[in-house]
Design a protein around this ligand. Sequence first.
Ligand code: SF4
Length: 389
Amino acid sequence: MTATLEQAVGPNFGFGLYVHWPYCARICPYCDFNVYTNKESGADALVTAICADIRQHRQALSAHRTLDTVYFGGGTPSLLKPQNIYKILQTAAETFGIKRDAEITLEANPNNISHDSCAAWADIGINRLSIGAQSFNDTALGFLGRDHNAATARSAVNIASEQFQNISLDMIYARPGQSLAEWEQELASALELATPHLSLYELTIEAPTAFGKRVARGELTPLKEDDQADLYELTQAICDAAGRPAYEVSNHAASTAFQSRHNQVYWSSGDWIGVGPGAHGRLTYDHQRLATLAERRPGDYIKRIATGTGGAQTALSNLDIARELVAMALRSEQGLDVTRLPALTYPTPSDAQIEAVKQNGLLQQQGYHLSLTQSGRLLADHIAAELSP
Ligand code: SF4
């Protein structure tokens, strides 16, 4: 029997909907996402366009089954009125259907979390909150340009915990000048809140951001790579001891039940629809895997959806698909099932390639499965390149 593209990638490996809400109360100096300062007035028109975008996707994806996950990211989607979130969820339910036990996540700014907002979100079907705490140190929060303080973040998590079991905290570390002791204290504050999931990201400074411009002017010096690696190792040791081991390069969970199912769709090379300005998607149908990219500016996105053409679509080559499959799979503890590569007409990595990485203690192998060790995760991109076709 001939292997098909669908045996390597696509909805058999998970099917999600990503909704990008591009507005924030203010723009953080390190942010490299497609974001704009909040504009109440355009919100309803954008929600209408997002719903139309989901319907347009349904026409192309007639064979795609019910959604496993929905993720409201951004930007700050917790600025959306609950009735608008509901409208989007209803559209998804009417077009594709949402599984009964689907994971439905909302990214939330601590400032938007209250007893009322949590009750409203739970009422419309949100069952997972990802709270952007970023730090529990007021000086660090000021440096990061955040619009909340540590006390607000703590209280937000406590309020949310009364309504939601499945909560993730986002934290940023490896800031310029951050010491091991400072990070240890911040991480301890995060762990005290006992959320079952943590996303711990190292600060990366991209050239177009305000931080990037400060670096170019010599006003800010990024942390050295060795210091970043020390912080990463400290993070693993503390989280392991606290019962929050890493299951992916930056993600930690108390158990498999609390691992992010939506991110798993990305790491498994499943399919996801990306709607909202600047959203990316991956869609597999008609023997092709398409990378989709919606118009970036909200006004352009609304206009484009009105003409029924959606965003840009690029058919990926088998080589692109194979490289993405390897790179994404190696990020998570589930690792890479090498038997998926021949369906893309690429051979599995050779024994010599595998042995070279294994010898350095960076890779483990169980039958046809390859996964990275803890030290391997620090070099995930490099190892993916070594093992890629
Ligand atoms: S709140 Fe998040 S998405 Fe918005 S500007 Fe800050 S980092 Fe970017």
